[in-house]
Design a protein around this ligand. Structure first.
Ligand code: GAR
Length: 221
């Protein structure tokens, strides 16, 4: 029996290239999922217009207009309730969700972060990796918990860092891999390979203790 498409809500703050990558995979039938709604805390986020051109319902829930995080999250929950997503995908969403919000959606929020977590949580990850002289860097898809960038890791992309790299070149190399690994994790969920049980992720019937790591060598960039 074929499964119903995974219902996805995407939260963005900016360009939304990860959202577009996921939307393309859905459209082309490579992902048994459907983005029901795209929401942004920033009304000017370019990703909102991109989503609409892809035929996806997209709205701003301005952080600025809200009287604090509680009100913002109430509006967010109201918008999400309309589509009842199986999974909430944070794709360049630059706000910190409250522990209450996260708990009420436990095991149903994913994030992508531009570093090999637990290294470089927070901001300016590419710059910090270069300054530290890292030889490799990457991106991480993880479940969201109350700890910032600290939830259980699912899949990481690893890329080489070259001595000629700038923040821009490294960021571009990592972003390319984000567009591959994020749809892949959503695919695992859609296929029922990835689940959340007993407060932790399971992959193919086993608790996921360590993230799956995919190497993107120089020839794959
Ligand atoms: C992505 O590179 C993502 O990893 C990063 O923001 C970018 C959004 O790009 N997320 C974070 O830094 C979260 N802490 P996009 O809007 O083009 O998808």
């Amino acid at each position: 029996m074929s499964r119903a498409p995974l219902q996805v809500a995407v939260l963005i703050s900016g360009r939304g290239t990860n959202m577009s990558a996921i939307a393309r995979e859905c459209r082309d039938g490579r992902l048994n999922a459907r983005i029901g709604i795209v929401l942004s805390d920033r009304p000017g986020a370019a990703g909102l217009a991109t989503a609409r051109t892809l035929g996806i319902e997209a709205h701003a829930i301005p952080w600025q207009g809200a009287a604090g995080r509680e009100e913002f999250e109430r509006s967010l929950d109201a918008a999400l309730a309309r589509v009842r997503p199986d999974i909430i995908v944070l794709a360049g969403f630059m706000r910190i969700l409250s522990p209450q919000f996260v708990a009420s959606h436990a095991g149903r929020i994913l994030n992508i972060h531009p570093s090999l977590l637990p290294k470089y949580s927070g901001l300016h990850t590419h710059r910090r990796a270069l300054e530290a002289g890292e030889r490799e860097h990457g991106a991480s898809v993880h479940f969201v918990t109350a700890e910032l960038d600290g939830g259980p890791l699912v899949l990481q992309s690893r890329v080489p860092v070259s001595v000629e790299d700038t923040e821009e070149s490294l960021s571009a190399r990592v972003q390319k891999t984000e567009h591959i690994i994020y749809p892949r994790v959503i695919g695992w969920l859609a296929e029922g390979r990835l689940t959340w049980r007993q407060d932790r992720p399971w992959l193919d019937g086993r608790p996921l203790i360590e993230p799956v790591v995919e190497d993107f060598g120089a020839d794959r960039n």
